[in-house]
Design a protein around this ligand. Structure first.
Ligand code: UT7
Length: 324
């Protein structure tokens, strides 16, 4: 194993001000607080204001992470940002955030792995640090998923929210990130996707056809099975056992998926960070938001082992096992 590790120096997160409850959504589609809460665990979500972007949330989360880390933006040598809802087609949101932070000159790029975007970005950043290429890296997961929600479709519109989270990593002699596992299978495209784009073209439908299409029940089944195998693979790669994990910090799509993964790890739910009730599914934002909330609330302590995992469109799935 390399003697250089990527260690988390600080975390940060940001949520839009506006909170929309399940009861609010029941006024616009045929749903209920009871259905949403029982099937998903979601009680509310934060939604961006007009003109507020993924980059705005990413910037705030990054500033808070840099402050917590005691690192100046000018010290960064890399910014990796996971998103599937970038501000612009280009430049990347990482470049937009870099400039607003005053970190011009360091490498900066986006990673699109849908809901696994942050964990993928963390995996990439880990490799840059382990190779000796980078010393201080900002990793962000940021989304405005509600921009691609069809507010007339109850199957999907109740599931998503907006938000961002970030971590500052530093090269260190001690762990740090032990291992990351990244996977994808593009054969599952049809189960969860957004059917339009710059190259494929847009449609005459509302919002130019930009909307999330999801076969929820099928996605659910594959997610549970895949995450089950992923956590086993991750423990094996790190040479660890279930009992070595202090906290599970999962992607926050559905409480029932989270519970299934916790069961696989033989972990009681009081060792699992759950924010899906307050944030809903914020895609790439979900894992770093949950991490920051767990750190700032005092749940996660220095020296503890954290297992981060995510699953999303692609399909993509990814994990990171680290000592905080
Ligand atoms: O982050 C990326 C990965 N995404 C996920 O992991 C999401 C995975 N999937 C899920 O979380 C769940 O499948 C959902 C929450 C999307 C759906 O839950 P479900 O228990 O699988 O429900 P279902 O799709 O099987 O639908 C059950 C019923 C249907 O009615 P019938 O056919 O039984 O009469 C739906 O029409 O619930 C109905 N339904 C709703 N009812 C009230 C669907 N959406 C709603 C709604 N309110 N919002």
């Amino acid at each position: 194993m390399s003697s250089i590790y990527a260690r988390i120096l600080g975390t940060g997160s940001a949520l839009p001000e506006r909170v929309v409850s399940n009861a609010d959504l029941a006024k616009i589609v045929d749903t209920s607080d009871e259905w949403i809460a029982t099937r998903t665990g979601i009680r509310q979500r934060h939604i961006v204001a007009d003109g507020e972007t993924t980059g705005d949330l990413a910037l705030l989360a990054a500033q808070r992470a840099l402050e917590a880390a005691g690192v100046k933006a000018s010290e960064l040598d890399l910014i990796v940002l996971g998103t599937t809802t970038p501000d612009l087609v280009f430049p990347s949101t990482a470049c937009l955030v870099q400039h607003r932070l005053g970190a011009n000159g360091c490498a900066a790029f986006d990673v699109n792995a849908a809901c696994s975007g942050f964990v993928y970005a963390l995996g990439v950043a880990d490799k840059f640090i382990r190779s000796g290429q980078s010393k201080k890296v900002l990793v962000i997961g940021a989304e405005t998923l509600t921009r691609m929600v069809d507010w007339t479709e109850r199957e999907t519109c109740v599931l998503f929210g907006d938000g961002a989270g970030a971590v500052v990593l530093e090269a260190a002699d001690e762990a740090g990130i032990y291992t990351t596992c990244l996977h994808a299978d593009g054969g599952y495209k049809e189960l969860l996707y957004n059917p339009v784009g710059v190259s494929a073209g847009f449609s005459d439908e509302p919002n130019h056809g930009v909307r999330i299409r999801m076969a929820g029940r099928e996605v659910f089944k594959v997610a549970v099975k895949t995450l089950d195998a992923l956590v086993g693979e991750t423990l094996q790669a790190a040479g660890m056992q279930e009992t070595d994990i202090d906290w599970l910090i999962p992607h926050q799509a559905n409480l029932r998926i989270i519970e299934a993964t916790a069961k696989r790890l033989k972990m009681s739910m009081d060792r699992v960070v759950v924010t899906v009730d307050k944030h809903a599914n914020t895609s790439s934002g979900s894992v770093p938001l949950a991490l920051d909330h767990a750190v700032r609330s005092g749940k996660v302590q220095r020296g503890q082992n954290l297992l981060l995992e995510a699953f999303g469109g692609g399909f993509t799935w990814a994990s990171a096992l680290l000592r905080y």
